[in-house]
Ligand binder design. Structure first.
Ligand code: 5GP
Ligand code: MG
Length: 193
């Protein structure tokens, strides 16, 4: 275990197994061939940067469909804040087309906490007229706002603690940890800006 973690919540091999199963769930729910065509519709994954980049990279490699990936950059925990500071979509760092007509969009996020990120993103994407809009998250915190928020796919439900690893950061650090764990208070204090 990394020295800055209080405890590991989910080990790398358990993440890998669940992500593979989640990809199968997502594809199982995907619409069959449209309009009598032989092929299922293409997927347009929209990973939310930066926290979901490792999850998205693993998830999409279990999806053999044709796909064009578009990134959306959102920031809700700037710097060392561990409570939500409001959501901003950074349009300069996003490359989602303005017109998503006919596209089957899959939003991929790291963690569902208050739900304000996914609400802002899905509200924004819906205005671009996609044929379908689905959401999947790696983690969902056990708090009422998260449990009440409608999301299509969840890999893991976790306790309401601040976690890092597998893409999730604290002040930009710890994204490279293979496990997901609870950051210690001493590490939070040491890496505060
Ligand atoms: P929400 O908008 O649902 O409150 O929060 C979602 C975003 O907040 C996530 O995409 C993530 O960037 C950040 N976040 C929420 N909880 C945690 C956490 O426990 N650890 C980390 N590293 N980020 C979190
Ligand atoms: Mg995030």
């Amino acid at each position: 275990m990394h020295a800055d973690l209080d405890r590991v919540l989910i080990r790398a091999d358990d993440i890998a197994a669940r992500v593979a199963a989640l990809a199968a769930e997502v594809l199982h729910d995907w619409p069959d061939a449209l309009d009598g065509g032989a092929e299922p519709p293409e997927i347009t994954p929209v990973p939310l940067m930066t926290g979901s980049f490792i999850f998205a990279a693993d998830l999409i490699r279990h999806m053999p469909q044709m796909m064009q990936i578009h990134l959306m950059s959102v920031s809700s925990y700037p710097g060392t804040a561990t409570t939500s500071q409001g959501v901003q979509i950074d349009r300069r760092k996003s490359n989602v087309p303005d017109d998503l007509t006919g596209r089957h969009v899959l939003v991929i996020d790291d963690i569902l906490d208050s739900g304000s990120t996914l609400r802002a993103v899905t509200d924004d994407l819906r205005q671009r007229n996609p044929a379908a809009l689905k959401t999947c998250v790696l983690l969902r915190k056990q708090r009422p706002e998260a449990l009440d928020f409608p999301v299509d796919h969840v890999a893991f439900d976790i306790p309401d603690a601040f976690v890092v690893g597998y893409g999730l950061d604290y002040n930009g650090y710890y994204r490279n940890l293979p496990d997901i764990g609870v950051l210690s208070q001493s590490a939070i204090d040491a890496h505060r800006q």
